[in-house]
Write a protein that binds this ligand. Structure first.
Ligand SMILES: NC(=O)c1ccc[n+]([C@@H]2O[C@H](COP(=O)([O-])OP(=O)(O)OC[C@H]3O[C@@H](n4cnc5c(N)ncnc54)[C@H](O)[C@@H]3O)[C@@H](O)[C@H]2O)c1
Length: 336
């Protein structure tokens, strides 16, 4: 039996990872959603009841020692992720952890090192950047591959717009866009310039971020993060030598971009249009189901250290973590 456990039974676990894991175990033989854990017993119990999980715990170590899971999903507050991820990895349990994979480079390195030094060698580990696994993004990657690969991309523009986000640190959300553009470019960033526009009228920390620069494979990139913009959307324009790809991401249930939109324009006409099927559950459209299934399948098939998982490892998120940390510290340049 392949046993999956989850630690942290809050918002993202209830809305996204719980349904994703539940779907995965329902359609996969010899697989169990074995246990969940939260320091708040009411949350752990409610999660267990909602997803038919047979046992719940209030202590992570106890759950790990008793259950001996084959994979652990970690959905705890950002400031606890690194410490708890290291606990799971140092005991040798494969891990899929919510973003960000560290709030700075030190945390990312610490988790990656814990994975390298597992009791029986390298422990499979996976940074859950759900946007990479959205069907609309995978469709774009497929089209780009058909054009001849990332070398055909000339320019990527990404905009994250939000309503009334007065977060103390919006960088831990902005990291989604930073990671996604790097993922689509299939290349690390080279040099970036970062501009800030503080908006103290909305709150001491409310700030727009504007990032411009290039990737090491020569793509011009631009990213805007606007926490007080009047609408919740994330959209991309990817210019290629074969025309423009316009993407609208399905960021959550009921968002205005439905289950995802993709339009390929060539010679001023629509060459191809893809729309996510209306009514698709958001844990599927937003990539949570696919990231969970990918990581569990890799572990159960003994490919937990294969190329696909290495491409999605905690270490793969290092540069996005470094740049998000630049935003936190209001640095105006980033150089690899
Ligand atoms: N991918 C996305 O779009 C997305 C969106 C929101 C949040 N997130 C990420 O998900 C993670 C959790 O966010 P959330 O919104 O669910 O937060 P939350 O506060 O709603 O839930 C976190 C849960 O972890 C529990 N917890 C705290 N310490 C624990 C411990 N030692 N052991 C077990 N449980 C513990 C808390 O009691 C709480 O129930 C964060 O890393 C956040 O960045 C990702």
């Amino acid at each position: 039996m392949f046993k999956i456990c989850i630690a942290g039974c809050g918002d993202i676990a209830l809305k996204q990872h719980g349904p994703a894991i539940h779907k995965y175990i329902s359609e996969t033989e010899n697989t169990a959603f074995a246990a969940c854990c939260d320091i708040d017993p009411a949350r752990a119990r409610a999660f267990a009841e909602r997803f038919g999980v047979p046992r719940f715990y209030v202590n992570l170590d106890e759950m790990l020692d008793i259950e001996r899971p084959d994979a652990v999903s970690l959905c705890v507050p950002v400031e606890l992720t690194a410490d708890l991820a290291c606990r799971v990895l140092s005991k040798g349990f494969p891990l899929i952890t919510e973003k960000p994979p560290g709030i700075n480079a030190e945390e990312n390195h610490r988790m990656a090192k814990a994975a390298e030094q597992g009791p029986n060698g390298r422990v499979p580990n996976f940074a859950a950047f759900n946007r990479r696994h959205m069907p609309v993004v995978q469709k774009a990657m497929e089209l780009i591959e058909g054009f001849g690969g990332a070398g055909r991309i000339t320019n990527i523009r990404y905009r994250m717009l939000r309503v009334n986000r007065t977060d103390v640190n919006f960088a831990t959300t902005a990291i989604h866009g930073i990671d996604l553009v790097r993922y689509i470019a299939s290349s690390p960033y080279g040099e970036l310039n970062i501009a800030y526009r503080a908006m103290p009228q909305y709150g001491a920390s409310v700030t727009d971020y504007h990032i411009n620069g290039t990737t090491e494979n020569g793509i011009a990139v631009g990213m805007d993060f606007l926490p007080m913009s009047g609408v919740n959307t994330e959209r991309l324009e990817i210019n290629t030598t074969r025309g423009l790809l316009e993407l609208r991401l399905p960021i959550w249930a009921g968002c205005r971009d439905g289950a995802g939109w993709l339009t390929h324009y060539e010679n001023d006409g629509e060459a191809y249009v893809w729309r996510g099927e209306e009514g698709t559950a958001d844990y599927i459209a937003a990539g949570f189901y696919h990231e969970n299934a990918l990581s569990f399948n890799a572990v159960r098939n003994g490919e937990g250290n294969g190329d696909e998982i290495l491409r999605n490892s905690i270490a793969s998120g290092l540069q996005a973590v470094e740049i998000a940390d630049c935003l936190t510290k209001r640095k105006t340049t980033y150089q690899r």
